[in-house]
Write a protein that binds this ligand. Sequence first.
Ligand code: SF4
Length: 206
Amino acid sequence: MLPPVAGFVKLSLCDWPGHVAAVAFLQGCNFRCQWCHNPELVYPKLFPIPLPDDEVERFISSLSPKVYDGVVVSGGEPTIHPTLPNLLLLVKQKGLKVRLDTNGSNPDLLERLIAESLVDEAAMDYKLPLDMYHMVSCGSPDAVRRSMELLAERGNGYLRTTLVPLLHTDEVMSCMREEFQHITGGRLKWVFQEYHQPKKVQPGTL
Ligand code: SF4
């Protein structure tokens, strides 16, 4: 059984810099970021019907290592699905690399995926200082901290922050820099992304 894949970008030269990749978008997310660009992957009422497992398997088996370097597995939040390892295994069995996009909320699964060599690179969101995570999630920010520590230890990932106007003030950024140093010892790459206005979600969808 595979996690619910809403769709693929069949060929991308920009989603994983330096790599020719396909991108898989998984449904469902345990966060509710106001600046989210994929509401149709977050709010169940907006979910399209996921692709049948056999279609997903056919697509991945069609990816030639002569053309592709790997697959970016994105969402939504891929790590909410216990069946995620099955999808990553299909990619690895093709001899391709995996880049996993995650919000860092499931360090246990992330650790397992790294230990089983199912993830070559993890791109993890570091959205806000941890004591502000209640703005995007009702879950514990301790999970995000543990994922940051894990990636700093294992060295096969990086953090990324979307700079949201009026939210990432100088004060907030200063707090994040201090926290980043404290948690990772500065051993992790940290990149910044430009904010783009998200799509509007209809009232009642939340
Ligand atoms: S974690 Fe990512 S997919 Fe989930 S709501 Fe936030 S921006 Fe959207």
